[in-house]
Write a new protein. Structure first.
Length: 158
């Protein structure tokens, strides 16, 4: 994928807090949160803090190896609930929707929210905050490093 969308820790925190405001406006008493690991873990932690939720479970699903998609694989299943009723289901993003569809089949009653969404996958989630184009790869702060940036003009260092 040629285009990149780089997310800083600040932006991630802001976008997670925007998602929290949406969730609070639903005025629902959540039983707990289920994070889809690994990507959903940091957003789920921020949401747990803002909403005062202390029960956080996980379902570990792997669909990608770097940027190559394959079939979703459950590496560790959720334990707290049968069908997700009363739970918030949190992932970092929905792209093709393959992971979301797979998890939804297991937890059909959960309220599914992601921080970022691409057009193909967005119909599969109940809520998201920021839309990113389909041809763009999202880089999260936990995958990035602070590094030297070359000047935009090729004459700048002369
Ligand atoms: O909508 P999709 O096309 O299915 O892509 C979205 C999924 O891909 C990433 O997970 P990944 O499989 O890379 O595992 P990870 O969360 O452990 O990094 C991301 O965290 C979502 O869970
Ligand atoms: N980090 C990251 N993981 C993904 N998994 C599926 N799409 C994406 C993406 O755009 N960025
Ligand atoms: Mg994931």
């Amino acid at each position: 994928m040629n285009n990149k969308y780089m997310v800083s820790w600040d932006q991630l925190h802001r976008d997670c807090r925007s998602l929290c405001r949406h969730l609070i406006n639903l005025e629902h008493e959540w039983q707990g949160i289920i994070a889809i690991t690994r990507g959903g873990m940091i957003p789920a932690g921020i949401i747990a803090r803002e909403l005062g939720i202390r029960i956080v479970d996980t379902i570990s699903v792997r669909t990608y190896s770097h940027q190559t998609i394959s079939e979703p694989q459950v590496l560790n299943d959720v334990t707290a609930t049968q069908n997700g009723a009363g739970y918030l289901l949190i992932d970092d993003l929905v792209d093709t929707g393959k992971t979301a569809q797979f998890v939804r089949e297991r937890l059909p009653q959960a309220y599914f929210a992601t921080v970022y969404a691409k057009p193909e996958g967005k119909p599969l989630v109940d809520a998201f905050i920021t839309e990113v184009p389909q041809d763009t790869w999202i880089f999260f702060p936990w995958d990035l490093d602070l590094d030297y940036a070359k000047p935009i003009s090729k004459h700048a260092d002369e």
